[in-house]
Design a binder for this molecule. Structure first.
Ligand SMILES: [Zn+2]
Length: 236
């Protein structure tokens, strides 16, 4: 074989290896206990490889539960429930509070709960204090687990929603400690401090969730932010 041919083959193999390694981390196939990347701590906001480190918690219930500590989150592990139709959950928790804000989630994967806690504590709370001088006290849950396909997008409608795995959360509104209500339906598109708060909080969610979509994405999301830790990516 000519030298250029061998070099091409080497480059191809190196690329293939890179794709395999990237894919293994992306799919969460490298559990946290085998990962060279440090475990995420809710007490110390991560800045590097955040997405891979969140994915590493997917198949590591023990490690993930060790991450979900008060006061950053108030969460209780729940039993796995796997169904043959592509629905159900594993490594999930019940969530009562994140980043000091109340929310009542019956089931959410530990990975998504970690992302939610990081987003609220280190992005949404400082933003609320900066813009309104008050912290978020409560968030409106518009749904986590639901055994169904993706809604509102023809291209993906034959695919199971991340809600069918309890790997997604829909947020409809925020209430601050001073009583101010900020809702996606009413305020998201408004040229007001409330609108700017929601749009900025939404964009900051993209650092923790792979899909973070709202009213600008499509009509099915006009009243909530959909946040998930699936394999698709979208920030809009
Ligand atoms: Zn949703």
């Amino acid at each position: 074989m000519r030298r250029s041919g061998r070099n091409f083959l080497r480059a191809l193999l190196a690329l293939l290896l890179l794709v395999i390694v990237f894919g293994a981390f992306w799919l969460g196939l490298v559990p946290q206990r085998y990962s060279p990347l440090a475990t995420i701590s809710l007490a110390d906001p991560p800045t590097w490889f955040v997405d891979f480190r969140l994915a590493a918690l997917r198949r590591d219930p023990e490690q993930c539960r060790a991450v979900l500590l008060a006061p950053h989150i108030v969460a209780t592990p729940i039993a796995d429930k796997v169904q043959p139709n592509g629905c159900g959950w594993t490594n999930a928790v019940r969530v009562a509070e994140v980043g000091g804000a109340q929310i009542g989630l019956e089931q959410l994967t530990c990975e998504a709960a970690t992302a939610l806690a990081l987003w609220i504590e280190y992005q949404v709370q400082p933003l609320a204090v900066e813009m309104f001088g008050s912290r978020v006290a409560w968030m409106q849950d518009m749904g986590t687990y639901s055994c169904r396909n993706i809604i509102g997008n023809k291209r993906w409608m034959n695919m199971r929603s991340q809600h069918s795995l309890a790997n997604a959360v829909d947020i409809g509104a925020f209430r601050l400690a001073n009583g101010k209500q900020i809702s996606i339906t009413k305020d998201y598109k408004a040229d007001s401090p409330e609108g700017r708060f929601l749009r900025e909080a939404h964009m900051r969610a993209c650092g923790y969730f792979r899909v973070a979509i709202g009213p600008q994405f499509n009509a099915a999301h006009k009243d909530h932010l959909h946040l998930d830790r699936g394999i698709l990516t979208r920030c809009q």
